[in-house]
Design a protein around this ligand. Structure first.
Ligand code: FAD
Length: 300
């Protein structure tokens, strides 16, 4: 990645026309921030696998952005994965996020498929073409193993197989990320490890995501969000004027600024196909030039 800060934004393929309009609106609002790339998830909701390629192509055509497809392998045959990778290569996609995926969302009818680990996918993709492969990293450990040591060892395995960078699972314990980064360096992992930042749109939803992916919810976060959870009192926010959006921005902004003060340059944002919170954090932190909704950006 470049010498100055770079941001990337993650989206998921829309399931219907309403969701497509939401995504289009988010893309239009985030475009002026000049992301280094945007990425599109693959099968993360258990049903969107077939939509990723189309969504990637549409985004490349309409916005001219560098669009990076995610590619998961669990539940797929080697031939299926290689055929999709070949399509991406032919379409000009050189960077991919290479992932295992989850058994719960893999197609049960097809069984586990030919792959057990993301490192096997990386080995295959590297043998096919000179892809620039990014992988997942877990500063608090992956739920299958639950330990940071196992994750550092696994990231090393993926880098040794050919990964050129990593994006982390979202986290709120910033110290955990900094310790993880140090451990990776100590293990000889020299590729960039980009923190994944999730501005909290609905606290209850984030709690569910976090429980599934091994991210801790610190007490301070729970308290702060509950105290400022807005008129609905459920910690949700939709950009309405009840102050909860501003709290979400404040929390993510503090995280980004702290990471920046520790030398982190590049940031990946989990947008959940909404622009407002991500945009406010990027602008308020100085990662991107621009203006943000003043209801969401009262700092800086
Ligand atoms: C940035 C990011 C993007 C994501 N995008 C998507 C997406 O688009 N679609 C989706 O479905 N999911 C996505 N996920 C979720 C991801 O698929 C899950 O977290 C999945 O459970 C693990 O994928 P992985 O690539 O990290 O797997 P792996 O790297 O294979 O690791 C999974 C587990 O297996 C263990 N392991 C790996 N290799 C070995 C080995 N040789 N021996 C023993 N243990 C081993 C690891 O320690 C870990 O516990 C994403 C996650 C992140 C962080």
């Amino acid at each position: 990645m470049s010498q100055s800060s770079a941001v990337s934004f993650e989206f998921f393929p829309p399931a219907d026309a309403v969701a497509a309009a939401q995504l289009a609106a988010a893309l239009a609002q985030l475009a002026p921030l000049n992301p280094e790339f945007v990425s599109v998830t693959h099968g993360a909701d258990g049903s969107s696998r077939g939509r990723t390629y189309d969504c990637v192509q549409q985004m490349r055509r309409s916005a001219g952005w560098r669009v990076v497809p995610h590619l998961t392998c669990l539940g797929s045959t080697r031939a299926e994965v290689q055929a999709l990778a070949e399509r991406y290569w032919s379409a000009g996609c050189r960077r991919l996020v290479a992932l295992r995926g989850d058994a719960a969302v893999a197609d049960a009818a097809k069984g586990a498929g030919d792959y057990r680990h993301a490192s096997e996918l990386i080995t295959d993709l590297v043998a096919m073409h000179d892809f620039e492969l990014l992988v997942a990293a877990y500063p608090e450990g992956h739920p299958d193993t639950g330990t940071v040591e196992a994750d550092v060892a696994n990231l090393k395995r993926k880098v040794d197989a050919g990964a050129r960078g990593a994006i982390t699972q979202f986290f709120f314990d910033t110290d955990a990320f900094l310790r993880y980064r140090d451990r990776c360096l100590g293990a000889g992992i020299a590729v960039p490890i980009v923190p994944g930042i999730l501005p909290i749109r609905r606290f209850a939803q984030v709690e569910r995501f976090a429980a599934r992916c091994g991210t801790s919810i610190p007490d301070w976060l729970r308290r702060r969000f509950a105290a400022g959870g807005g008129a609905r009192g459920d910690g949700s926010n939709d950009g309405s004027d009840d102050g909860s959006g501003a709290i979400a921005v404040e929390i993510a902004l503090e995280q980004v600024l702290r990471l920046k003060s520790h030398g982190v340059r590049d940031f990946h944002f989990y947008t959940l196909n909404h622009a407002d919170l991500t945009r406010a954090v990027c602008v308020a932190s100085g990662l991107c030039a621009g203006e943000a909704d003043q209801r969401l950006w009262r700092f800086g």
